[in-house]
Design a protein around this ligand. Structure first.
Ligand code: PMP
Length: 419
């Protein structure tokens, strides 16, 4: 009998047969509240009627037209729609299929554009599983071990992860910037540094938001030393954090922006945005791919972006995120094993720790399993897998948030007591 690879650890036993909005329906006849959204992908909810209609129409019209051969209308429309939301000056776009591919496209562009070899990444960052992206990933050895040698030229600098250090944000930020200066003085001189790559909120690394002063500090150093600031917005983009892009929280724009996940509500689509001047420094033939900017995925993305705008889903993410966060903080106040509640918008997490503050992955895993009993699907993250994250679709309403909080409260009680 054929089966999935044993390396694929399925977090829940649910066999999904249908999805609608924030809910999934299982083969077992149960309805589940989906706080995973396909790992932050189904931004407009499962099977949003507008996305379904756009994709269906496109499937019957043109499924694929490779962009180095022919242009197609959904791609033209997508470029125009993204122009409405991208930061000023990032007016040149390139499309791929997954977050990892887009990260690698940014990496290639940064090296070609600067002629410099090194990529500085933040400790705890996650950028993907292809070998170059995994080389830039430092959110857990599980993402890097066993297939060395990794790509050379990656240098790691601290992220202002205040809770982990046991510091306030100002102290963590000062430390992180001082260490970056030290890294630039001791390991990767500015003349050897092509880019610094950062997530506005560490994703797989534990849902830790950056700070404004840190992002400003990165921008200032990039400008001063002539390297590029790359923001990996694969998880934080398209309204997830209560702003269209995560970096808007910090008032600092990147030179290269990487997007994926929520962009097409579940169809594989990713890409990078940069200035035309920068993008034109990529060598002909070095960027590309057979399936990038697939016509159906582009049509779904156009429908997604229009839905996000017209249904005011960014504003909804901010409002629902506040409500969810307030509820998570109430639950945390009742349980000393929840050491921290953090995140931005609808990208929220609770960190589980032992009495003496060490990571407690076993409690997090029990809570995750107990939540399934309560009809709530959740994912873990963080280096120790001790952080439970919540990333519901941006269409969630008050009733959905309250349903999730009731299930969460019961699941934490059950998980903590070990029942
Ligand atoms: N960058 C970030 C910030 C991510 O969160 C992820 C996926 N979790 C990736 C890159 C990789 O994306 P993909 O799994 O689509 O390759």
């Amino acid at each position: 009998m054929t089966n999935l690879s044993p390396h694929l650890r399925q977090a829940t036993p649910v066999v999904a047969v249908r999805g609608e909005g924030v809910h999934l329906y299982g083969e077992d006849g149960r309805r589940y509240l989906d706080f995973t959204a396909g790992i932050g992908v189904t931004s407009t909810g499962h099977c949003h009627p507008r996305v379904v209609a756009a994709a269906q129409e496109q499937v019957a019209t043109l499924i694929h037209g490779q962009y180095t051969t022919v242009m197609h209308r959904p791609l033209q429309q997508l470029v125009a729609e993204l122009g409405e939301v991208l930061p000023a000056g990032l007016d040149s776009l390139f499309f791929t299929n997954s977050g990892s591919e887009a990260v690698e496209a940014a990496l290639r562009l940064a090296r070609q554009a600067t002629g410099r070899p090194n990529i500085v990444v933040c400790h705890g960052g996650f950028h993907g599983r292809t070998v170059a992206a995994a080389s830039m990933t430092t959110s857990g050895t599980r993402f890097r071990s066993g297939f060395a040698p990794l790509m050379p030229g990656v240098v790691v600098t601290p992220f202002p992860a205040a809770y982990r250090y046991g510091w306030d944000e100002d102290t963590a930020t000062r430390f992180a910037l001082q260490e970056l200066d030290y890294v630039l003085q001791t390991i990767s001189s500015p003349a050897d540094t092509a880019a610094v790559v950062v997530e506005p909120v560490l994703g797989e690394g534990g849902y830790v938001p950056a700070t404004r002063a840190f992002m400003e500090g990165l921008r200032e150093r990039a400008d001063r030393h002539g390297f590029l600031l790359v923001m990996d917005e694969v998880q934080t983009g398209v309204g997830r954090t209560g702003r269209f892009w995560g970096h808007e929280h910090f008032g600092v724009a990147p030179d290269i922006l990487v997007t994926a996940k929520g962009l097409a509500s579940g169809f594989p689509l990713s890409g990078i945005a940069a200035s035309e001047e920068l993008m034109s420094r990529a060598w002909p033939g070095s960027q590309g791919g057979t399936y990038g900017a697939n016509a159906v995925a582009c049509a779904a993305a156009v429908a997604t972006l229009r839905t996000v705008g017209e249904e005011r889903l960014v504003e909804n993410a901010e409002a629902m995120g506040k409500r969810l966060r307030a509820g998570l903080e109430e639950v945390a106040a009742e349980h000393s094993c929840i050491g921290d509640v953090r995140g931005l918008g609808l990208m929220l997490a609770s960190e589980f720790v032992t009495e003496d503050g060490r990571p407690a992955p076993e409690i997090a895993a029990r809570v995750q399993q107990a939540a399934i009993e309560e009809g709530l699907l959740l994912l873990l993250c963080g280096a120790w897998n001790n952080v439970v994250r919540m990333i519901p679709a941006l269409v969630i309403d008050e009733a959905g948030v309250d349903e999730g909080l009731r299930a969460w409260s019961a699941a934490v009680r059950a998980g903590v007591s070990g029942r």
